[in-house]
Design a protein around this ligand. Structure first.
Ligand code: TPP
Ligand code: MG
Length: 1012
């Protein structure tokens, strides 16, 4: 018995056109194989088969219009179908999800039950004056201690939670606990100890400190303008060293490697370690910040400038945290899609406490917790200072960050106090020490470290008799030695160890340090630390002594580097540690295989006219994607990224077809589950639906676009957004994308100042191409017709993903519907499309007066319409050029001009613009839906008179026609301006232009749109 396949529920659409038949009678098909593609005026969607079997008959043809319930085809079902009905998809995925959640919960449970190993007996003295029954309080606290000792912290945590819940239910006023006391999260007895040799590690760290400072001082001695930073790394040295010696595993042929985002300003320290490891030599250190000659060390982490070393650009504050979060998320995405193995790799990000004020720094921490990114570890170096002064003079940055991260659901580990404090805290029976710690603000903490032990005794311990007493047996020197957690390798190790083992949530380690640690009076903990880049001889001698660097006074005066002999214990140790961790870090490599570009004819359907059918280039793009998803090489590598605009762009068909990535799958049956384009979330979903979050979407794009180096798998990210919320919104991330050598597509949809008619000033983009042109490795296009888009897109795939060129593409697509012509047969057309212009039409009827009309995007069509008027009504011939990229033309023009200027004696090259236009007749008039500056870019590369029209000024809402009239890029203005140009060039009489201005009601007294 044959089964009938009907048109499923396609939402509100009726009479939707069949644009493709994907099967024919006799074909064997499987369940879910697409059989036809239908297209509404907004989007195209494939209809999948609901059974496997052999096609008996196809009842529709291309061009037919169908609605829900119409018969598409008959299928003779194969045997497997008949035995048992498959479990409906949703139910199946819900069961799978439930099973995996159960598994995870079990895993979490086992971890939670692990008790803390040993616990000292604590005697609790309750002294709070507000306590009406101290004995009762003591009972409770001792019970709690007993639970911690017997069953561990997690059990204690559970009981406290239960108590709070109970109290809440009984109506008690529950205090909001955003913070924990100002002490370390990990108590000394729970610290996991490092197996490293602390003496050697200290010596190594001292040498790294010295060499890092020396390289900045030497560079500035030579060229004071070079700048650099000593204080940042000085505060972070231990944080890096412990990671480098014990935790961060490098990429090699057995393991994918941990990914470390280094704080930008600590670059000298990273170079100094690479020097000891033998990766860099003295000459290279001496070329710090002198990058013009090859081999120089870049000021900050820049993969573009040091492509074999740096992996992540971080120096624009706030980008590192976001990029790291989305990197960790993307790593899980690759794992859940089965594209890479789960090897327990981690993403570590080092951030400054001042940097945490960037909204971007905290902007995505909710996502990290929601997605349970236990592969992510933030380390915030809280040296309490930023550039100008304290981060929170009147408050406490550590507590503030703790609150934010705890609130977001992170595992927070505070590393505030070093080991010298342990006994003091243990002896703080009255709680006064913790009280002072809680009460002291960061401004005071900073000031204390700029002074001495006596000052700390007076100002800190002197606050209460109890704390004064606590340190009565310590000398001022002892007090000065009380160290901060971030400088204590034991505390840092314990925190890293716990962070690495944490499951189910991301971890932030908030470490307290001293800015300019060890730099002495001129550089330690003072407000000017950040910019200290020169140390005088006394400071250098102090620094040497502080860290016992084995250099003579003379060597110190010469600011010599120090590297122990290759056979020394230090060098052996440092190398051995890295060998054990798999190799060097940071190191940028790639072993990914290129993706074979799809067959040249894959987009041939876009090279024929759409006839009467009108569509936007956005829709053409979505059609193209649908085809790409059928290419077995390309399809799995596509990463469509959308910030809550899939329906705007007609991409909702992707939800069913490839699914939306959701690490927990879909725990609910979507409201629209019966529909063809139902909102389908899936653990192995392919679409990154980012929500209203352009910065996050761009961060995802960068992660996917650099997948070839960070995960050794070439991926093709396609991020499609409202063009106005692209470069304008996330320009700095795009710049970092360029620096990262990202490869992928950015699609500025609904682009242009006048195509998105009703949306108004904030939505209408007339400048994204100009911003795109500022990024050297961004290749950008503004195509008009579907075949242009097809040629550009395929070439992008070839260049980036097959040939592995380090460029990325920005393509604008519009939402204006029009019919698309066939691709011109001229062989040069394809070359022209890619280089930036080709002749699309010529009017030669009168052979008298001619004008060259250059148009791009939707305005090309206004140009074409104007040319007809010029011919029919004014006997003016014209040649019309479709300019797919003013940006690309300009790049080529600049290069040719430079070559010619450098080679005045050689045969002069001709720019592509001039090759196209040099021998043509008449002046040039160019226009686009962007500012005049867009088309003006090619003005220098032609010897002809050149005029441009454009959409300078704020957008506004109105009809498309009125907007084009307002910005003077409609066909009427093009005709009138064209005639004026010809009159100015003395090719026709001015009266024609005057007449046209009158005829088209062009108001000459209207101010420039930029002034309106
Ligand atoms: C977006 C951005 N704004 C400003 C700067 C300039 N800047 C560089 S470092 C710095 C202070 C950094 O303080 P913090 O984050 O606390 O790092 P620290 O050096 O103290 O570790 C500033 C303002 C920058 N690099 N990026
Ligand atoms: Mg700081």
């Amino acid at each position: 018995m044959s089964e009938k396949l009907l048109v499923p529920d396609i939402g509100e659409f009726e009479k939707v056109e069949i644009i493709e038949l994907l099967v024919k009678p006799g074909d064997q098909i499987n369940l879910n194989d697409p059989v036809v593609t239908i297209e509404s005026d907004k989007s195209s969607v494939e209809i999948p088969s609901t059974i496997s079997g052999k096609i008996e008959s196809v009842n529709v043809k291309v061009g037919h219009k169908v609605s829900m319930g119409d018969l598409l085809l008959s299928i003779e079902p194969s045997k497997e179908n008949s035995s048992e009905k498959p479990i409906p998809k949703d139910t199946e995925s819900i069961i799978k999800q439930a099973e995996s959640v159960l598994k995870n919960e079990k895993k979490e449970e086992t971890i939670q039950q692990k008790p803390v190993e040993e616990k000292k007996q604590t005697i609790i003295q309750v002294t709070n004056n507000n306590d009406i029954d101290p004995l009762e309080t003591q009972d409770w606290l001792e019970s709690l201690s007993a639970v911690v000792e017997k069953d561990g912290n997690q059990r204690a945590h559970f009981l406290i939670k239960e108590l709070i819940n109970k109290a809440y239910r009984e109506g008690a006023n529950i205090p909001y606990t955003q913070h924990t006391p100002y002490i370390n999260t990990i108590p000394p007895e729970a610290e996991v100890k490092s197996n490293g040799d602390q003496n050697i590690e200290r010596r190594i760290r001292s040498l790294i400190r010295w060499n890092a400072a020396a390289m900045v001082v030497r560079a500035n001695k030579k060229f004071p303008e070079l700048g650099g930073h000593i204080g940042t790394f000085a505060s972070a040295a231990t944080l890096y060293d412990v990671g480098m010696n014990h935790f961060w595993r490098a990429k090699n042929n057995k393991f994918g490697g941990d990914l470390v985002y280094f704080q930008g300003h600590s670059a000298p320290g990273v170079y100094a370690r690479a020097f000891l490891e033998g990766r860099l030599n003295e000459k290279q250190l001496d070329s710090f910040r002198q990058e013009v000659k090859p081999g120089g060390l870049s000021s900050y982490p820049h993969p573009w400038l040091m492509p074999k070393f740096w992996q992540f650009p971080t120096v624009s504050m706030g980008l590192g945290p976001m990029l790291a979060i989305y990197q960790a998320r993307y790593m899980k995405y690759l794992i859940n899609r089965g594209l890479i193995k789960d090897e327990g790799r981690k993403v570590w990000a080092f951030l400054g406490d001042g940097e945490m004020d960037e909204p971007e720094s905290l902007g995505a921490i909710g996502l990290a917790a929601r997605e349970k990114l236990d592969n992510l570890i933030f380390v915030v170096n809280c040296n309490l200072q930023r550039l100008d002064g304290p981060v929170r003079g009147n408050g406490k940055i550590i507590q503030e960050l703790e609150g934010s991260f705890r609130g977001a659901g992170w595992n927070v580990i505070k590393v505030i106090w070093g080991s010298y404090w342990d006994s003091l805290i243990a002896n703080d029976k009255t709680g006064h020490l913790v009280k002072v710690m809680n009460e002291t603000v960061d401004g005071e903490y900073q000031a204390m470290k700029a002074r001495d032990g006596a000052y700390v005794r007076e100002r800190f311990f002197g606050k209460y008799p109890e704390t004064q007493e606590l340190v009565s047996s310590l000398s001022d020197k002892d007090i000065w030695r009380l160290n901060r957690g971030g400088h204590d390798p034991h505390k840092v190790y314990a925190a890293y160890d716990q962070a690495s083992k944490n499951q189910g949530s991301p971890t932030v380690i908030i470490a307290k340090t001293i800015k300019g640690y060890g730099m002495g009076k001129t550089g330690e903990s003072v407000n000017t630390t950040h910019q200290t880049k020169k140390l005088d001889v006394d400071d250098l001698l102090y620094y040497r002594d502080r860290f016992d660097v084995p250099l003579t006074d003379e060597q110190v005066k010469n600011v010599e580097y120090f590297k122990p002999d290759e056979k020394s214990l230090e060098i052996k140790y440092i190398k051995e540690k890295r060998m054990r961790l798999g190799g060097h870090l940071p190191e940028r490599t790639t072993y990914s295989k290129p993706i074979k570009a799809p067959a040249k004819n894959i987009f041939d359907f876009m090279k024929v006219s759409t006839g009467e059918k009108e569509m936007s280039t956005t829709m053409a793009l979505v059609r193209m994607f649908t085809n790409l998803l059928r290419d077995k090489n390309v399809s799995p590598r596509l990463v469509p990224i959308i910030p809550d605009e899939a329906r705007t762009f007609g991409m909702e068909g992707f939800f069913q077809k490839i699914g939306i990535y959701a690490h927990e799958g879909q725990k609910y049956e979507p409201e629209d589950s019966a529909q063809l384009s139902s909102y389908r979330e899936d653990k192995s979903g392919q679409v990154l639906e980012e929500g209203i979050n352009e910065a996050g979407a761009m961060s995802s794009w960068i992660a996917a676009a650099t997948s070839y180096t960070n995960h050794d798998i070439e991926m093709i990210p396609i991020y499609i957004f409202y063009s106005m919320f692209g470069f304008q919104r996330i320009g700095d991330l795009a710049w970092a994308g360029g620096d990262s050598q990202a490869r992928g597509f950015l699609i500025g949809a609904t682009a242009g100042r006048t195509t998105l008619a009703g949306e108004g000033l904030q939505h209408q983009d007339g400048h994204s191409h100009l911003i795109a042109s500022t990024i050297p490795n961004c290749v950008s296009y503004d195509p008009t017709f579907h075949y242009e888009l097809a040629v550009i897109f395929r070439e992008g795939l070839r260049r980036m993903h097959e040939k592995n060129e380090n460029v990325f593409y920005y393509i604008t697509t519009m939402n204006e519907n029009y019919s698309h012509p066939s691709m011109p047969k001229d062989k040069k057309c394809e070359e022209g499309i890619l280089k930036g212009m080709y002749k699309i039409k010529e009017f030669n009827r009168y052979d008298k007066t001619k004008i060259q009309l250059l148009g791009s995007g939707t305005i090309l069509r206004e140009m074409m319409a104007a040319a007809e008027v010029l011919q029919d009504e004014y006997q003016i011939d014209s040649e019309i050029w479709s300019v797919t990229s003013f940006n690309e033309l300009r790049k080529e023009g600049m290069e040719v001009e430079r070559y010619n200027l450098l080679n005045p004696d050689k045969e002069q090259k001709v720019s592509f613009v001039e090759q196209c236009l040099g021998k043509t007749e008449g002046p040039i008039m160019a226009a686009s839906d962007y500012m005049r500056m867009n088309s003006d870019q090619i003005r220098p590369y032609t010897n002809k008179s050149f005029y441009s029209l454009g959409t300078d000024g704020y957008g506004r809402s109105d009809t498309r026609k009125n907007l084009r009239k307002f910005f003077e890029v409609d066909k009427e203005h093009i005709v009138a301006y064209g005639l004026s140009v010809l009159a100015k060039e003395q090719l026709i009489a001015s009266k024609y232009a005057k007449e046209a201005i009158k005829k088209y009601n062009i108001d000459g007294s209207k101010p420039m749109p930029t002034k309106l």
